[in-house]
Design a binder for this molecule. Structure first.
Ligand code: OMP
Length: 218
């Protein structure tokens, strides 16, 4: 099924490939699945790349209509994501949203606790990199609840559109279990459309491998 892409979504996929963040090959995932592609957000590793990444997340948040009182970046990888996205929302969309993140080790002195930044009040928008089977995001939901707060939504870079614990997709499960929307800058289907539209021989072979994987785990 073909899917449509906004210009900024095309730019994001091109950018992820150019930065070596979206790679093709053979990768064993956290879930144990062996995938023909991997998205490593840690490889957006220069100032310019991070600033640009923040603008993509900010655009996706604005496009989705998601409202947020606090942007929350789970440690460790979510921390720079929350910071650059909060900055991009302020600089490019005139939305000055508080942001926060957690420490993995709770601190008993100084300011104490395990949350740094804005207090977790109102609708918390969780920002993360990827959802595959949904394990990582469930841990974050527990953390938010332990802090007496409520998540109002999740924004990720890539929705791999894979099955979760049952027959539904991991994202459908998370949405129905927690009653909140999960949005992404792009979905796997959009990446496939991009590869099929733009790419030469090698990329088409990758697209075929990804489709085969999707037939198995999607
Ligand atoms: P789940 O916990 O299965 O949803 O997997 C999501 C996590 O897996 C992400 O937060 C990453 O740590 C890691 N991951 C990626 O970063 N990129 C991928 O393309 C795939 C995974 C993964 O291992 O599934």
């Amino acid at each position: 099924m073909a899917t449509t892409l906004q210009p900024y979504q095309r730019d994001f996929i091109a950018f992820a490939i150019e930065q070596g963040v979206l790679k093709f090959g053979q990768f064993t995932l956290k879930s144990g699945r062996v995938s023909p592609y991997f998205f490593n957000a840690g490889l957006f590793q220069t100032g310019r790349a991070l600033a640009k990444l923040g603008r993509f997340y900010a655009q996706a948040i604005v496009d989705s209509g998601l409202e947020a009182d606090v942007l929350f970046g789970p440690a460790y990888k979510g921390i720079p994501l929350a910071a650059v996205t909060a900055a991009a929302l302020a600089d490019h969309h005139d939305r000055d949203i508080p942001y926060a993140f957690n420490r993995k080790e709770a601190k008993s002195h100084g300011e104490g606790g395990n949350i740094v930044g804005a207090p977790l009040a109102g609708d918390i928008l969780i920002i993360d990199d990827v959802i595959t089977a949904g394990t990582a995001i469930r841990e974050v939901m527990r953390l938010i609840e332990q802090n007496g707060a409520r998540a109002g939504g999740v924004i990720i870079a890539l929705d791999r559109q894979e099955r979760g614990q049952g027959e539904q997709s991991a994202i459908q499960e998370v949405q129905s279990q927690y009653g909140m929307p999960v949005v992404s800058i792009v979905t796997l289907e959009q990446v496939l459309t991009y590869l099929e539209e733009h790419a030469g021989g090698e990329m088409l072979a990758y697209a075929e491998a990804v489709r085969a994987y999707r037939d198995r785990y999607g």
